[in-house]
Design a protein. Structure first.
Lengths: 346, 828
């Protein structure tokens, strides 16, 4: 490099470029250097003072300097850009996000829907019977003997004005779901399988573990051959759906008028894993639900020939299951309408 | 119910090495639920039989003595004792350090420690009966007395041996859940449970010992039954030569172990036979009866009876009593009378063993509030055959204990109804039937042996079983062949059944649009619109019903409601929804909730035909209509926010459901609970399905809700007819840009958005949509006017709009609004 002016220019702007820290300064410097009235143009104008024979080399040198300055400027621009992008956003990212809408299904409904889905995947229909029902359906059709104490006791909510009548004339808020199965049988032709979830009512005093209204889930399968052990399919479907894993169960002798034979169905205690603890009374088992094949008299009430058809019922209280699942310690919360409770399931 | 394992073992030998845990499991799986197994011996650990060798005065305490005891170790044990009756030579119960004793005044036992008492080391404690839980068996030791075991029958005098072994107190009590026994009258005594154990473990059931009844002698004793079907059989036995002292220790021990306090020989004997056989018995002191005839009859209204529990009852004509020729002496099957009770002077008694009707006894026990060991057993319907079994067992025991007692006469009367009920029922069932129900091959011989062990008489013809049901099961739970299947299955063992899934028939998919619709509605409300689903009750607080303007003279009521004010059952979900609003306003200002439930109404003629179509409604039920409703509330800080919050939620909901023709219209006639001018009716496919709007001001005032913006809705879900075939039709995407143009308009207060939208929409072909932005009233707006801002969405489907086109289109909209609605462009 012979031309000292060009050299000076290169040195001067190399220093200037290194000195700046803002992109705007870089843009200003770019104009100052490469603009129409910029330093480079000014330096190039000196060509007219260069002897003709040196003009070629001057031109080459001038281009080289321009090239170098361009590269330097571009490098500086990249460096400044990167630096600027490294500056972090200043807001507090630990603040909550903008709230979406968060409502909830009642936890019992949520459980019911899970069970419905599981049973529908097995080809079960979802059925619903009326809540205002009669002694005819809820006792007579279900093989309760005429003088069965449950008919007399105060724990059924009879409708005023009908409480002293009998059968179809004696109406109540249904004390259980099973009567609905007879309504289904009367209007459908086997084979069939269905679930019928719903609310039921009993007149008793309430406390943390007793309610007047609760939610049951019942299933009935009727086919040519339904062995006792097939009932296990229903039981296991329920418990696996609720607990999200296979649960060990056992069936033992129990008595309910509408099934013959009657079973009590227990599941392995989930607290101790079956080794025995205070929750399961050291037995390792927790009583979960009754079940069994419909009593021939119930089949007959439903218009189904007990010689031709077999079946299996199971019935489970959803309140208690949901209490177990979510550690709820007061059954009355389910009908409290208190959103401080329900928001916890949103 | 408590059962003693020792007692059971009188009647059946259990397998060697059977653990209590296994026994509880087997009994639970096959027969009844075992709730607990209690080891009675455990309470007597480290309490041993000892002999007092020497008694010396305590050097430092006047009232204490220092005793040297022989505990069989060869070395005397020194114990400090304060009892007045401690003396050399007697046998005592010594609690060694570590034993559980209940100190004076304490209620729970604590563990004894070796200690120094006034400077003398005491290696244990000589016990009083109540200190080691034996007060019931040894009630006669005084306040400051220790238990003396010297003259006790059945005490083996091996010093140092455990007290439980010496006194025969080592036993296991099996606690049974009574609920699991209600259908098994045979299991309310040890003998019945022993029969089950014999069947479970294939062991022999030992026969009950018996002594034959004496001959009839109507001069000495006669019985007359005049009670229809309420007493099927009455066995009276006249006994004399009895010394009614204490019953033998072994009997007291047994009774005490199952929770029955020993009283005297005659009473203890009846209780013993009751707990052994399940058959209640009673004794009358013969001296206290008038005449030699026992009458079983209906009580005369107003007749009085003093009962054994020191209460006096007034009888009614539906009570059955046992009476002499003058007055009643027992409430049949429930409790005996005070006036003929056996006491220490009693020598001659009439023993009663009878068969009373279960429902009659349950009724009497309920009416008079006397549930007794006797009544709970009769309620379960005890078989008539047990009368003789229990009578002869009683006589056997009495003669064993008091060989001098005399059996004078019996009087056995059966009612005319007894024969019909006595006939053993017979069941025919095939091997195939049993096997197919259980779903498992079980050999005929196994079935025969199971049924035989339960007392069934089994005859076989080919592979058919002809069975005679034993009397003790015939009154309870066995009457049809399905019952036989259960007997076989439960004793074969449910645990032994191999799981076989039902065979699959694929016929059709389960399609239930209505079920799906309800689920979809709940999911949208909860998960997209942020509402919370709640449950309430079908009964309503009358205050809420009245505030909602819904109470009626003919509303449906419960005969026995949860509370006086909650007698009515709901004809609308609104009252309980208002309650839900009220409950939550205590804690939250803004919220929304909903419920899906049935309501109950008397059906009108139109409903009648509808409900008759629904499955299973017959008779009087059809007079009621119980549609399923959905109701909800949106609560906001202002009325406007609440109204439009709810309206928006409902618009969004219905837009997502498979329903066609949904309209929201200003309601001309709104329900009582809605406010005038803020009530809308929702119609779907032309039918009204319900209403929504702001809560009526009167309703709000009555319930103290005035300060919140509360909007309510209620629709009938049953009226929604989902059409799953409904689908949205795709519209091609616009090729050219749409242009949004905002307008601020000034219009009369009476001018409705619905009209503005309609006019603007139709004003020019470029107008694709007209959207509401804001309604405004303020200082710049003249009185009687309001400002409405809206957004026009403009589009030419075939080209990009030029600014001239946009301007002319907008002008046309303004002009039409001006011409038709008097709306002008706002200039300020």
């Amino acid at each position: 490099m012979n031309n000292s002016k060009l050299n000076d220019l290169l040195a001067e702007y190399r220093t200037k470029l290194l000195a700046i820290s803002q992109l705007q300064q870089l843009r200003d410097l770019e104009i100052e250097l490469f603009g129409k009235k910029g330093a480079l143009q000014a330096a190039l104008k000196a060509i007219k003072d260069v002897p003709v024979e040196e003009r070629k080399s001057f031109g080459q040198e001038a281009n080289a300097v321009k090239e170098q300055l361009t590269v330097l400027l571009e490098q500086r621009r990249q460096a400044l850009l990167e630096e600027a992008e490294r500056v972090p956003y200043s807001f507090d990212i630990t603040r909550p996000g903008v709230a979406g809408s968060r409502g909830s299904l009642h936890p019992i409904t949520a459980m019911q829907y899970k069970l419905d889905d599981a049973f529908r995947s097995l080809g079960f229909e979802v059925y619903e019977g009326p809540e205002l029902s009669s002694e005819a359906y809820d006792f007579d059709c279900l093989n309760f003997v005429a003088d069965h104490p449950a008919r007399e006791s105060m724990d059924t909510f009879w409708l005023a004005g009908t409480e002293d009548r009998r059968g179809g004339e004696r109406l109540s808020l249904r004390p259980h779901l099973t009567g609905a199965s007879v309504r289904y049988m009367q209007t459908h032709t086997p084979p069939f399988r269905f679930v019928y979830p719903g609310r039921v009512y009993r007149n008793e005093s309430t406390d943390a573990s007793h309610e007047r209204a609760f939610y049951q889930y019942e299933a009935l399968i009727v086919d040519r051959a339904v062995s006792f052990s097939a009932g296990k399919l229903l039981v296991n479907t329920i418990l696996e759906t609720v607990f999200g894993k296979p649960i060990k169960t056992r069936m033992r002798s129990g008595f309910f008028p509408f099934v013959e034979p009657g079973f009590e169905i227990d599941m392995e205690c989930q607290v101790c894993g079956g080794s025995g603890c205070s929750v399961c009374g050291q037995s390792g088992w927790v009583e979960m639900m009754p079940g069994g094949p419909p009593h021939p008299n119930v089949f007959r009430a439903g218009g189904i020939d007990p010689e031709q058809w077999q079946g299996f019922y199971i019935n489970i209280g959803l309140d208690r299951l949901v209490m177990m699942r979510h550690n709820v310690n007061d059954i009355r919360l389910f009908r409290s309408m208190d959103l401080r409770f329900f928001q916890q399931f949103a | 119910m408590k059962l003693s394992l020792n007692w059971l073992s009188d009647f059946v030998s259990l397998p060697e090495g059977l653990s209590n845990k296994q026994l509880a499991y087997d009994l639970t799986m096959s027969t009844v639920e075992v709730e607990d197994m209690i080891d009675l011996g455990a309470a007597f650990k480290d309490i041993v039989l000892a002999k007092v060798l020497e008694v010396a005065q305590h050097p430092n305490a006047e009232r204490l003595k220092v005793c040297q005891l022989d505990t069989g170790t060869g070395e005397a044990s020194e114990v400090v004792c304060g009892a007045e009756n401690v003396r050399a030579g007697i046998l005592v119960a010594l609690a060694k350090p570590g034993a559980l004793v209940t100190g004076k005044g304490a209620t729970e036992p604590t563990r004894l420690k070796a200690s120094k008492i006034r400077g003398v080391t005491s290696n244990g404690m000589i016990c009083a009966a109540d200190e080691i839980g034996l007060a019931e068996l040894f009630p006669h030791t005084g306040e400051r007395g220790i238990l003396e075991l010297s003259n006790l029958e059945g005490v083996s005098a091996q010093l140092g041996a455990g007290l439980a072994e010496c006194l025969g107190l080592a036993d296991t009590i099996i606690e049974i859940d009574n609920k699991s026994l209600t259908n098994r009258p045979d299991l309310w005594g040890h003998y019945g449970v022993a029969r089950e154990l014999a069947a479970i473990y294939r062991q022999e059931l030992k026969p009950l010992p018996r002594l034959e009844l004496p001959a009839e002698n109507s001069k000495l004793l006669s019985v007359r039954i005049d009670a229809g079907r309420e007493c099927l059989r009455y066995q009276g036995v006249l006994l004399d030569g009895i010394e009614n002292s204490q019953s033998p220790f072994w009997m007291q021990r047994r009774l005490s172990s199952v929770g029955q306090r020993p009283i005297n020989l005659l009473v203890d004997l009846t209780n013993y036979v009751l707990f052994a056989t399940g058959q209640p018995l009673h004794v009358f002191d013969r001296k206290k009866l008038s005449g030699s005839t026992i009458y079983v009859r209906n009580a005369a209204p107003g007749e009085q009876l003093a009962l054994l529990d020191d209460t006096q009852i007034e009888l009614g004509s539906n009570d059955i009593v046992i009476a002499d020729e003058r007055s009643p002496h027992a409430l049949a099957g429930v409790m005996g009378g005070e006036n003929s009770a056996a006491d220490s002077d009693t020598t001659t008694v009439v023993l009663e063993i009878a068969s009373f009707n279960g429902a009659m006894v349950r009724g009497a026990a309920g009416r008079h509030g006397k549930r007794t060991e006797s009544s709970v057993r009769f309620e379960k319907c005890i078989d008539i055959a047990r009368v003789d079994l229990a009578a002869e067992y009683y006589l056997h025991l009495l003669r064993q204990i008091q060989p001098n007692s005399g059996l004078l006469a019996a009087s056995n009367v059966a009612s005319e109804y007894a024969n019909a009920s006595e006939a053993g029922s017979r069941i025919k069932v095939s091997h195939d039937f049993i096997v197919s129900r259980i779903g498992q091959q079980i050999a005929q011989s196994d079935i025969k042996s199971i049924l035989g062990s339960l007392g069934f008489a089994v005859e076989m013809t080919g592979s058919d079983f002809a069975l005679t049901v034993p009397s003790w099961r015939a009154t309870g739970d066995v009457s049809i062949k399905d019952d036989i299947v259960e007997e076989v299955a439960r004793l074969y063992g449910y645990d032994n059944l191999v799981f076989s899934p039902p065979s699959v028939v694929l016929e059709r998919a389960v399609l239930q649009p209505r079920v799906e619709l309800e689920k979809e509605i709940k999911r949208i409300l909860s998960f997209r619109l942020g509402m919370h689903e709640v449950f309430s009750y079908p009964w309503i607080e009358s205050r809420y019903n009245e505030a909602a303007g819904l109470s009626q003279a003919d509303e449906l009521k419960l005969a026995d409601p949860p509370a006086e004010s909650q007698a009515a059952i709901q004809s609308s979900l609104i009252p309980n929804m208002l309650l839900g609003v009220k409950v939550n306003l205590r804690h939250i200002q803004r919220f929304s909730l909903y419920e899906v439930a049935s309501v109950f109404r008397l059906a009108d003629a139109k409903d009648l035909s509808q409900s008759a179509q629904k499955s299973g409604y017959t008779g009087v039920e059809a007079r009621f209509n119980q549609p399923k409703m959905i109701s909800g509330a949106v609560v906001e800080n202002s009325f406007e926010e609440a109204f439009f919050g709810l309206k928006g939620a409902l618009e969004s909901l219905f837009a997502q459901l498979p329903l066609a023709g949904v309209e929201f219209l200003a309601a001309a006639e709104a329900p009582e609970w809605l406010a005038e001018g803020a009530a809308m009716v929702v119609r779907v496919a032309g039918s009204e399905i319900g209403h929504f709007g702001l809560v009526n001001k009167r309703t709000a005032r009555l319930l103290g809700l005035e300060r919140a913006g509360v909007a309510l809705f209620e629709f009938c879900l049953d009226l929604l007819k989902p059409d799953p075939s409904l689908a949205r039709t795709y519209q091609p995407l616009h090729q050219f840009p749409v242009v949004d143009f905002d307008l601020a308009l000034l219009c009369d207060e009476s001018c409705k958005w619905q009209s503005i939208e309609k006019v603007a929409r139709g004003a020019h072909r470029y107008v694709q949509a007209v959207s509401f932005l804001e309604e405004y009233r303020g200082s710049q707006i003249p009185e009687g006017k309001k400002s409405i801002s809206l957004k026009l969405t403009l589009l030419d489907p075939s080209a990009t709009l030029t600014s001239e086109q946009i301007e002319s289109s907008t002008k046309k909209v303004i002009a039409r609004l001006g011409a038709e609605l008097g709306v002008e462009l706002r200039t300020q």
